[in-house]
Design a protein. Structure first.
Length: 344
């Protein structure tokens, strides 16, 4: 007598969205439009930008000149810029022949074009729409805060496009990791801070460094995972240039450097003491360090959603927790008005 496979319960619309956000993969069963676009835009990695924007806003919220409306516009702007980055990366890497069916980008999650989720023209239209919206936000913020907003925006746009687009293709020249540090640290945090208050003290630049280190660690770990493929494709990411052992060491020190810089900045009066809440993420740091110290498994554990990425999963999970605790510490500082004088 034949047996039928057990029926998997429909998780519902919210469950499907949650799955797409947590795994960057489509949920089983019906793929609604929201889930489809969450996968196409790789919305699961947007928490990195949401955290950067949150850090900027909480640093700025008690400063003279803070305007919630301008902060909110800048916050939306950096999120759209991240979406644009994801779309353009897929577009340019496909056009350049790097993204193929056996390259990790198409293995850990469906590639928008290669999987047929959207055509090349559709991806271009989506990228144009996102960038047009960002240009409108930019125009409004320039009118409100002046030309320095344009400097931040142009720098971000250049690094966004140059990461994968010819002729620079920073990722292929060992500069993609530095690109990510600059964008997710100084450009996003200091730029959003400036949009919120209209001035930019040196402390805001320094306060952007710790989270920039965390985001760079995520990309380093991802490039360690992709190292065998990148070597064959002549893509000279920093792990390819350094070698796997040294790249793993750099990734570990970037994560440790986050904690060292937080503690140091609390001591010298750049960050408020509630930011020490990030120490609650140390267990996940230890787990990520253990993973980086051990050989990569030859096969994924059952249910592991983003294989062949391995190290990146541990580092990203740590970054998400540590970033959330940094935001929580800044919320406490903002509510109770504690911390260094430049924040109050």
């Amino acid at each position: 007598m034949s047996q039928t496979a057990p029926r998997v319960a429909d998780p519902g619309r919210l469950g499907r969205w949650r799955h797409a956000l947590s795994t960057v993969n489509p949920p089983s069963g019906e793929l609604d439009e929201v889930s489809r676009w969450l996968v196409i835009t790789r919305a699961g990695v947007l928490p990195m930008t949401l955290t950067a924007g949150g850090v900027a806003g909480l640093l700025a919220v008690r400063r003279p000149g803070f305007a919630f409306g301008w902060f909110l516009l800048a916050f939306i702007g950096i999120v759209l810029a991240h979406v644009s980055n994801n779309l353009l990366n897929d577009l340019f890497d496909t056009d350049e022949g790097l993204d193929t069916g056996d390259y990790p980008r198409a293995l850990y999650a469906p590639h928008p074009i290669l999987s047929g989720m959207i055509g090349r023209e559709g991806l271009i239209r989506a990228a144009i729409a996102v960038n047009v919206a960002d240009l409108l936000i930019l125009a409004i913020l320039i009118g409100a805060r002046g030309g320095l907003v344009l400097v931040f925006a142009v720098a971000g746009l250049v690094l966004n496009v140059a990461y994968t687009a010819p002729p620079l293709r920073l990722k292929k020249r060992g500069l993609g990791e530095l690109d990510v540090f600059v964008v997710w640290g100084p450009l996003m945090i200091a730029g959003t801070y400036y949009s919120a208050v209209g001035h930019l003290p040196a402390q805001a630049w320094l306060a952007s460094i710790p989270y920039g280190l965390l985001c760079t660690a995520v990309l380093m770990a991802k490039h360690v995972d992709k190292l065998p493929w990148d070597e064959k494709a002549d893509v000279h990411t920093l792990p390819v240039l350094l070698g796997e052992a040294a790249a793993r060491t750099v990734t570990k020190w970037l994560m440790v450097g986050f904690y060292v810089s937080i503690v140091l900045f609390v001591i010298v009066g750049i960050l408020p003491w509630p930011c020490l809440a990030v120490l609650g993420a140390v267990p996940l740091l230890a787990r990520a360090l253990r993973a980086l110290n051990r050989p990569r498994p030859t096969h994924p554990p059952r249910g592991f959603p983003v294989w062949p990425l391995w190290f990146a999963a541990f580092v990203f999970t740590h970054t998400r927790r540590a970033g959330a605790l940094l935001v929580a510490g800044l919320i406490i500082a903002a509510i109770f008005g504690v911390g260094p004088g430049w924040l109050r």
